[in-house]
Write a protein that binds this ligand. Structure first.
Ligand SMILES: Cc1cc2nc3c(=O)[nH]c(=O)nc-3n(C[C@H](O)[C@H](O)[C@H](O)COP(=O)(O)O)c2cc1C
Length: 172
């Protein structure tokens, strides 16, 4: 079977709008975190979700070791954190959690302040696929920010926010 090129695939995926999250875990006495959009609900019974993490990412092995992770759905105003947790600069990587008043819910994975929501997960299944591992987690605890906070979105290589169609609003 012939496949499209990875460059064509990347270009083809650009219109996919997705919410921006920081996946966190705690292992070896340290916090780890990385920006990720490849997050998806799996099932409501039991409450479960998946995240796809590149095997070369610094959080990959710590999630495997700790067997828990937290999905922190970022607020629109947290774009600086999205950049901080996706920078490949080695020195900056060690300072990712600097100045952040993290908390924990059930698993011990760090919960970031001011996130729209935090989904604290026990790792139950891993699926290796090409360059990535799909981590499936059962949601042991969840926290939502009060009020209506805009989530940070990513599409066409840019950060932004979601807005409803005026025509859809008019139809309601
Ligand atoms: C908007 C955005 C979304 C990303 N989504 C993912 C993702 O879903 N999975 C992943 O493994 N890396 C994703 N990345 C890349 C990682 O954040 C980036 O490679 C990070 O530097 C890798 O972690 P490390 O520097 O701790 O090794 C994304 C980056 C950005 C900017």
């Amino acid at each position: 079977m012939t496949l499209i090129s990875s460059a064509d695939f990347k270009a083809g995926m650009r219109p996919f709008g997705a919410a921006v999250n920081i996946i966190t875990t705690a292992a070896g006495g340290q916090f780890h975190g990385v920006t990720a959009t490849a997050v998806c609900s799996v099932s409501a019974e039991p409450p479960s979700l998946l995240v796809c993490i590149n095997r070369s990412a610094s959080i990959h092995d710590p999630v495997r070791a700790a067997r828990h992770f937290c999905v922190n759905l970022l607020a629109a105003e947290q774009v600086e954190l999205a950049r901080r947790f996706s920078s490949s600069d080695e020195a900056a990587r060690r300072r990712r959690f600097e100045g952040l008043a993290v908390e924990s819910l059930k698993t011990g994975s760090p919960v970031l302040p001011d996130a729209v929501a935090a989904y604290d997960c026990e790792l139950v299944e891993t699926v290796e696929s090409a360059t990535h591992t799909i981590f499936i987690g059962l949601v042991a605890a969840m926290r939502r920010a009060p009020g209506n906070v805009d989530a940070l979105m990513y599409r066409d290589g840019q950060f932004g926010v979601w807005s409803p169609l005026a025509s859809a609003l008019a139809a309601e």
